[in-house]
Design a protein around this ligand. Structure first.
Ligand code: SER
Length: 336
């Protein structure tokens, strides 16, 4: 049975990924997080560990598990990273390097590459004006890689680091050229889950707006109504990770892939929320710094490479995400 390590297992993606693994029933799951996992989440894993990816001794202790795959979800998101850039660098960059080095040793010992699934982000883009953002439309993986946030800088570096560890690590060392890391990354849009709310991200206005309406609470959106970035329903986010992990390596022409689903403005999200929750109280109070961050992120992504190489196709467009996932599920999360 495949043994997988999930870091940041208690986070938003972790919740949905662990539940997908439980349904698949084909993997031994080692779940780790900085904080204790909620009991129902812990019950989905075979081994539960509490620890910090930035703690090199702790990460090295994971070497004893014969890991086949790692889903490295632990990170500080973009808003949190701007509040503590040094902590963000330590967790997002050093944490990733600690894990990659540990995986390299596992792979050398077992003579089998460890698949390393990495959630990157639309925050790697840094478009410097709204005019340029509008003109750019759907951006490809190699455009505008000049992020303005610590999170974006961390993630774009880790994308490159994963490629380096896979292809060129220690070119002058004895074991250079051994295939030890099989690094694969998706650049996630803002993810929207029906069952959890994110914390510390700058795309959080969409899930916050939806969850506030479901709870019957007023919501002041922290970006302008015309703000447009890509979003995705959480089930598609998990599907992307699993589909990319399952793709034959010979089909992959890149290590990092854009994945798209829908690209609404905040006003369009508001309209969808209002049609589901007609009494929703939604206002706009743009936060200048958070607005400036999302204004540098692309309005849409070109995901042709993912579609071509590993058959990426989202199951949820915006209507389906609301009508068949968010609204039906969110009702069971909050008493209405
Ligand atoms: N959701 C992330 C954030 O807002 C972007 O990938 O930081």
């Amino acid at each position: 049975m495949t043994t997988v390590l999930v870091t940041g297992a208690g986070g938003e993606i972790g919740h949905s990924l662990l539940s997908a693994f439980q349904q698949l029933g084909d993997r031994r799951v080692i779940a780790m997080d900085l904080k204790p996992l909620e009991p129902e989440l812990a019950a989905m894993a075979d081994v539960v560990l509490q620890g910090d990816v930035a703690d090199v001794d702790f990460v090295n202790s994971l070497e004893s598990y014969d890991l086949d795959e790692v889903y490295h979800l632990a990170a500080l998101l973009s808003t949190s990273s701007e509040k503590k850039p040094d902590v963000a660098h330590n967790v997002n960059v050093n944490g990733t390097m600690n894990l990659l080095m540990m995986c390299r040793r596992v792979a050398l010992r077992r003579d089998s590459a460890v698949k390393f699934l990495f959630p990157s982000t639309i925050a790697v883009y840094g478009i410097r004006s709204l005019e340029a953002k509008q003109a750019a439309g759907a951006v490809t993986e190699d455009q505008f890689l000049t992020p303005t946030t610590m999170y974006g800088v961390n993630k774009v570096y880790c994308e490159l680091l994963g490629g380096y560890m896979s292809d060129n690590f220690g070119q002058l060392t004895d074991d250079a050229g051994r295939k030890t890391i099989d690094f694969r990354a998706v650049r996630f849009p803002g993810l929207i889950s029906a069952t959890t709310v994110p914390s510390g991200g700058t795309s959080d206005y969409a899930p916050e707006m939806i969850h506030a309406a479901a709870k019957g609470e007023p919501y002041a959106c922290f970006v302008r109504p015309d703000t447009r970035i890509p979003f995705m329903a959480m089930p598609d986010g998990v599907k992307a990770l699993l589909d990319l992990a399952a793709a034959p390596v010979e089909n992959l022409t890149r290590r990092v892939y854009n994945i798209g689903a829908f690209s609404p403005s905040a006003a369009e999200i508001e309209q969808h929320v209002r049609s589901a929750f007609p009494e929703a109280e939604i206002t706009y109070a743009p936060h200048p710094k958070r607005q400036a961050i999302v204004d540098t992120w692309c309005a849409d992504v070109n995901d042709a490479a993912a579609r071509r190489d590993w058959g990426w196709a989202p199951e949820y467009d915006m209507d389906r995400a609301f009508n068949e996932y968010l609204i039906p599920t969110i009702g069971s999360v909050y008493e209405r």
